[in-house]
Design a protein around this ligand. Structure first.
Ligand code: SAM
Length: 283
């Protein structure tokens, strides 16, 4: 069964009587090159355990099953889970779990499901309405994956990859780059999905760092500075950092001690500079 074929999707839709649920971000992949790009981008092999987010009708899942040792796929929609029992019937190395990924203990699933696989990877064509919460959950809960290869809205992918000084650089860029090395696997036009979404997409590979990109005294303070800095991104750091509840004098002194011009804006600060600044506030 060629699951990426729009005719197959239509057949499944008629057979199981489901509708494409917009509320679950259901846009199914119809381009085999993209499926190959995601599986290939993760360099899957028999020693890999894959945690897949949002399998849908199983088009990427089937490819994961062919290449990886084992997989667990988390799907919220019970209609899709019924379809998956049919479309994945030929594979015995996947467990479909009907759950909301945001309410799931992903560490526990990995522990329970990975068996003898020695590498853990997270893959998915993400439901776009919760892309950022999923990424934040994976990173801040320290889900033990060595790499994450995920498709998302192109604009979000660009924000994640952005460098200091660029228009799209923000708290999301800093946070993801703090935890991961980020690379673009491929851009994906909207025509690669059924139904066709309103936006283009991109696949990113996030290689989780063994240590964060910068060493800081207090991670919570680092993220407080990042959040405050970008809370009013058109303002100078002197003004935006006051949202941390600090006086103007204290913010000015901290910036000067960190060697950062108080007139600069957060969007120009590197991760190292955010790190220096947060270390001063910890003092
Ligand atoms: N992987 C399939 C593909 O590429 O064709 C489907 C991708 S579709 C963009 C996103 C999938 O995530 C849908 O199947 C949707 O039902 C599922 N989903 C949406 N919200 C979810 C959640 N909170 N937890 C788990 N799965 C979710």
């Amino acid at each position: 069964m060629e699951l990426y074929n729009p005719l197959t999707i239509k057949l499944l839709k008629n057979k199981y009587g489901f509708q494409f649920a917009k509320s679950f971000g259901q846009n199914f992949l119809t381009d085999p090159e993209v499926i190959d790009g995601i599986a290939g981008g993760a360099g899957l092999g028999p020693d890999d355990f894959v945690l897949e987010i949002g399998p849908g009708i199983g088009v990427l899942t089937a490819e994961i099953c062919r290449r990886a040792g084992k997989a667990a796929s988390i799907e919220i929609d019970p209609h899709m889970v019924t379809v998956l029992h049919d479309t994945l019937a030929e594979f015995d190395n996947v467990h479909v779990i009907e759950q909301d990924v945001l309410k799931t203990d992903l560490k526990q699933i990995i522990e329970d499901e990975k068996g003898s696989c020695s590498h853990v990877k997270v893959l998915g064509n993400l439901p776009y309405y919760i892309t950022t919460p999923i990424i934040m959950k994976l990173l801040t809960e320290h889900v033990p994956a060595e790499c994450i290869v995920i498709m998302m809205q192109k604009e979000v992918a660009e924000r994640i990859c952005a460098e200091p000084g660029s228009r799209t650089y923000g708290a999301l860029s800093v946070t993801v780059q703090y935890y991961c090395e980020v690379s673009m696997v491929m851009e994906v036009p909207r025509e690669s999905f059924m139904p066709m979404p309103m936006v283009d997409s991109a696949v990113l590979r996030l290689d989780v760092r063994s240590k964060p990109a910068v060493e800081v005294k207090d991670e919570a303070m680092f993220f407080r500075c990042v959040k405050a800095g970008f809370s009013q991104r058109r303002k100078t750091l002197l003004n935006s950092l006051m949202t941390m509840g600090e006086s103007k004098e204290r913010v000015k002194a901290a910036l000067e001690e960190a060697g950062i011009d108080p007139k600069r804006r957060a969007e120009t600060l590197s991760l190292e500079e955010f790190g220096r600044l947060s270390d001063v506030f910890v003092k």
